[in-house]
Write a new protein. Structure first.
Lengths: 359, 357
C-alpha cells in the first residue's frame, strides 16, 4: 500500500519538473539568505566580544555551514530536475537520485536543528554576558593597561546606546572602583578615608559614570552622592526614577540578542518548510519517472508516491538490509558450498544445476 | 548650416532606436533614484528641524523630488516614441508633440543643474539657520517645564551625543547660558546667591557643561563642573586637556554632515543629468532622421539627422520672429480699430509711393 500515491500524466510530470527547477533556484537564494543571516549574527556577536566571557560561535557557524550546503544541494537539484523531463537523460541520473533524496532529507533535518538552536542559545548567552559585563566593569578604570584601555569607551558607548547602567542596575557601580588611581589625590583626607573604609583598599563611592545618565531627565544629571538626598536640592534618592538609566545592561543586551535570534529562527523555520516541500516534489518526480520507465511508454500515465509500501513495511525492509549487511561473510545460505545436511527435507532435494547448452 | 549633422543608414536608425529604448529605461531608474535621494535628504533635514531656524535649505530636496518625477515621465514618453519610431505609419502622430516636449524636457534637465548649484550656494544660509537654531536650543535647554520647549533638553543632549559635539561653536557657549532650571537651585544657599548676583541679568552661570558633552574616549572619568579651575581636580590642566569633552561645535558638526550628504547627492545628480541629456540628444537625432523618411515609399533609405536645422543664431532669430508675430496677433485681437487705421494708412502710403516710382 503506497504512501500518498498520486497519478501523473505526461503534462503533469513536465510541469512538475519545470516548477521544481524554478523552486530549486529559489532555494539557492534562500540558501544564500541563510548564509548571510549566519554571517550577520557572527558579526553582531564579535562586535561585543569584550562584554562576553566566551563567545557563542556554534549557532552562527551552523547557519553559515547549512546555508552553503543548501546552495550546493539545491543547485544540483535544479540541474537534475531540468534534465529529468526527458526519460533518456533521466537514466543518467537514476542511480544518483535516491542517495540525493536521502542526503537532502537528513540535510533538512539539520536546518531544523539550526532553527531550534537559535531559540536555545539564550541561557548560554545570559551566563556569558553576566561574567563578561562583571569583568568589563572591573577593568573600566584600567585605561592605561594594554589590552584593557578601550574597555572604558566600550562600556560608556554601550550604556549610552542601550540606555542601561551596570550589570543588574546602577548599584553595581557602588561596589567597584571605577576611578583610576592616577586621578586620585592620595594626600587628600577624603580619599584616604574612603580607601581605608573597606578591606581591599578600593576607592568606592556612591557615584556612577556619566554614561549612566538618562537623556529624558528634566534636571541636569546627578552622578555623585546618589544615595545622599541632602547633598542635592529638591532631590529624593528613593523616588527619583528619571535621573539615571534604570535597566541593567545584561538584560538590555539579552533582549537585543533574543530579538535577533527569534527573527532569525522564524526565517530559518520558514526556509525549512520550503526545503521540505521541494524535497517532496523531487521524490514524486523520481518515483513517477521510474514507474514510466518500468511501464515502457514514455508518454503514459504513471504513479508517484512517497514510499512504495507502508511505513512499517519499508522500515522492516531497510532494517533487514542493515541486518544482512552484517551477515555477508556467513555461509549459511550459499548454495555453492557442499554442506552435508542431516534434515530429512533436504534428502530428496539435492538441487541439480543444468548448464544450458547453446544450440 | 545645420548643427551637428550625422548620416543615418536604416541599420543605424534601428540600432539608435533600440539603444535609446534601453537607455530610456536606465534613465527612468535614475530618475526614480533622484526622487529617492530627494526624499532621503528631506527626512534628514526634517529630523533636525528643531535646531534649524529657517527652512530655506528645503528647496534643494523639493527640487530634486520634482525633477526626479518629471524625469521619470520624460523617459517613459521617450521610450514610447522609440517603440513607435521604427514603424513609419505610427511615428507621424508624435510629430506635433515632440518640439514642445523637447523644450519642457530641457527645462527640467536644466533644473537638475540648478539644484546642484543651489546645494552649494545655500551653505551659508544653512550655517546661519543652524547658528540661530542652536543658540535658541541652548537657551531653552533648562525649560523642561515650559510647554513647547520641554523637549529641547532631550534634543540637544541627543544631538551632542550623536554628533560628538558640544555647544554652538565650542563648549564655552555653555558658560554664558543658565542651563540649570531654577527649580533645582537652592536660593537660600550662599553659593547660588553669589553666582546669581555676579551678573546683570541675575542668571545662574557656571563654568560647567551638561553630561552629553562628555567624551567616552577620555581615559579619565568625565569632568563636567569647574572646568576652568585647575586646582579643583587632581592632575588636571584645562589648557592642555583635549580628551575630556568634545572639542567640536555642533554647528560645525552639522554643517559638515549635511555638506558631505550633498556632495554625494551632487555627484549622483550630475551623472543623472548626463544620462538625461544623452537620451534627449539621441531622441532628437531619431526624430529628425525619421522626418526625412516620412512620405517616402522606401523606408530603408539613408537620411540625415541633426540637432538644429539652421544654425544657433538663425534658429534664435526665427524663434524671435515667431514670438513677435504671436504677440502682434494677440495685440490685433485686442484692438481691431488700430489695425483698421493702420490698414487704411498703409494703402494710402502705397498709393503715394506708386506715382513717384
Amino acid at each position: 500500500m503506497a504512501v500518498l500515491k498520486v497519478t501523473f500524466t505526461k503534462t503533469n510530470r513536465d510541469k512538475l519538473a519545470q516548477v521544481l527547477w524554478i523552486l530549486n533556484w529559489v532555494s539557492v537564494i534562500t540558501g544564500i539568505i541563510l548564509f548571510s543571516l549566519g554571517l550577520f549574527l557572527k558579526v553582531e556577536i564579535r562586535k561585543r566580544r569584550e562584554l562576553m566571557s566566551d563567545e557563542i560561535h556554534s549557532v552562527p557557524n551552523m547557519l553559515i555551514a547549512v546555508g552553503m550546503v543548501a546552495c550546493g544541494i539545491n543547485f544540483l537539484g535544479g540541474k537534475i530536475c531540468y534534465e529529468c523531463v526527458d526519460t533518456v537523460k533521466f537514466l543518467r541520473w537514476k542511480l544518483l537520485l535516491l542517495p540525493y533524496i536521502i542526503c537532502t532529507f537528513f540535510f533538512t533535518f539539520c536546518i531544523l536543528v539550526g532553527a531550534l538552536m537559535c531559540y536555545t542559545m539564550r541561557n548560554n548567552l545570559e551566563q556569558s554576558l553576566f561574567l563578561g559585563l562583571r569583568d568589563a566593569m572591573r577593568y573600566y578604570k584600567d585605561t592605561d593597561t594594554p589590552g584593557r584601555c578601550y574597555i572604558k569607551r566600550t562600556i560608556d558607548l554601550l550604556q549610552i546606546q542601550f540606555q542601561c547602567c551596570g550589570n543588574d542596575g546602577y548599584r553595581d557601580w557602588f561596589y567597584i572602583q571605577w576611578v583610576s588611581p592616577r586621578y586620585l589625590d592620595m594626600s587628600s583626607n577624603e580619599v584616604v578615608d574612603r580607601l581605608r573604609s573597606n578591606v581591599e583598599g578600593k576607592y568606592l563611592m556612591d557615584g556612577v559614570p556619566f554614561s549612566c545618565c538618562n537623556l529624558l531627565s528634566p534636571r541636569p544629571c546627578i552622578q555623585h552622592q546618589i544615595t545622599n538626598s541632602s547633598a542635592h536640592y529638591n532631590y529624593d534618592s528613593q523616588t527619583e526614577e528619571l535621573n539615571l538609566n534604570q535597566k541593567g545592561c545584561r538584560q538590555a543586551l539579552l533582549e537585543y540578542y533574543t530579538q535577533i535570534m527569534q527573527s532569525i529562527g522564524l526565517i530559518v523555520l520558514i526556509i525549512w518548510l520550503f526545503e521540505l516541500s521541494v524535497l517532496t516534489g523531487v521524490r514524486y518526480l523520481q518515483t513517477s519517472m521510474e514507474n514510466v520507465l518500468r511501464l515502457g511508454d514514455p508518454d503514459s500515465e504513471s504513479d508517484g508516491w512517497l514510499l512504495e509500501n507502508s511505513i512499517a513495511e519499508t522500515a522492516r525492509y531497510n532494517f533487514n538490509i542493515i541486518k544482512n549487511l552484517g551477515k555477508c561473510y556467513q555461509v549459511d545460505d550459499d548454495p555453492n558450498i557442499d554442506v552435508p545436511s542431516t534434515s530429512q527435507q533436504a534428502q530428496g532435494n539435492v538441487p541439480t544445476q543444468q548448464i544450458p547448452v547453446a544450440s | 548650416m545645420t548643427l551637428l549633422k550625422i548620416k543615418f543608414s536604416f541599420q543605424r536608425r534601428v540600432r539608435l532606436a533600440q539603444g535609446l529604448w534601453l537607455l530610456s529605461w536606465v534613465a527612468m531608474v535614475s530618475g526614480a533614484i533622484t526622487v529617492a535621494t530627494g526624499v532621503f535628504l528631506k527626512t534628514e533635514l526634517v529630523r533636525r528641524a528643531e535646531v534649524m531656524h529657517s527652512n530655506d535649505i528645503h528647496i534643494v530636496p523639493n527640487l530634486l523630488m520634482l525633477v526626479g518625477l518629471a524625469s521619470v515621465g520624460i523617459n517613459i514618453f521617450a521610450g514610447k516614441v522609440c517603440q513607435d519610431s521604427l514603424d513609419a505609419t505610427r511615428f507621424p502622430r508624435w510629430k506635433n508633440v515632440l518640439i514642445p516636449y523637447f523644450c519642457i524636457s530641457l527645462f527640467f534637465t536644466f533644473l537638475l543643474l540648478v539644484s546642484v548649484i543651489l546645494s552649494y550656494a545655500l551653505q551659508p544660509s544653512l550655517e546661519e539657520s543652524l547658528k540661530l537654531g542652536l543658540k535658541n536650543g541652548i537657551r531653552f535647554y533648562k525649560d523642561t517645564d515650559t510647554p513647547g520647549r520641554c523637549f529641547q533638553k532631550e534634543t540637544i543632549d541627543h544631538l551632542q551625543i550623536e554628533f560628538h559635539c558640544c555647544g554652538n561653536t565650542n563648549y564655552k557657549d555653555w558658560f554664558e547660558v543658565q542651563w540649570i532650571n531654577n527649580r533645582y537651585l537652592d536660593f537660600t544657599s550662599k553659593e547660588v546667591k553669589d553666582r546669581v548676583r555676579s551678573n546683570v541679568d541675575g542668571r545662574y552661570l557656571l563654568d560647567g557643561v551638561p553630561f552629553s558633552c562628555c567624551n567616552p574616549a577620555s581615559p579619565r572619568p568625565c569632568i563636567q563642573y569647574q572646568l576652568l579651575d585647575n586646582a579643583a581636580h587632581y592632575n588636571y590642566e584645562h589648557q592642555s586637556e583635549e580628551l575630556n569633552l568634545y572639542n567640536r561645535g555642533c554647528r560645525q558638526a552639522l554643517v559638515n554632515y549635511y555638506m558631505s550628504l550633498m556632495n554625494t547627492i551632487g555627484s549622483a545628480v550630475l551623472s543623472v543629468f548626463l544620462i538625461q541629456m544623452t537620451v534627449l540628444v539621441s531622441l532628437r537625432y531619431l526624430q529628425t532622421s525619421m522626418q526625412a523618411v516620412e512620405g517616402q515609399e522606401n523606408m530603408e533609405i539613408e537620411t540625415e539627422g541633426y540637432i538644429l536645422e539652421k544654425g544657433v543664431k538663425e534658429t534664435f532669430k526665427e524663434f524671435q520672429e515667431k514670438v513677435k508675430n504671436f504677440y502682434k496677433q494677440v495685440q490685433g485681437d485686442v484692438s481691431p480699430a488700430d489695425e483698421e487705421a493702420a490698414g487704411d494708412a498703409a494703402p494710402a502710403e502705397e498709393k503715394e509711393a506708386t506715382p513717384t516710382s
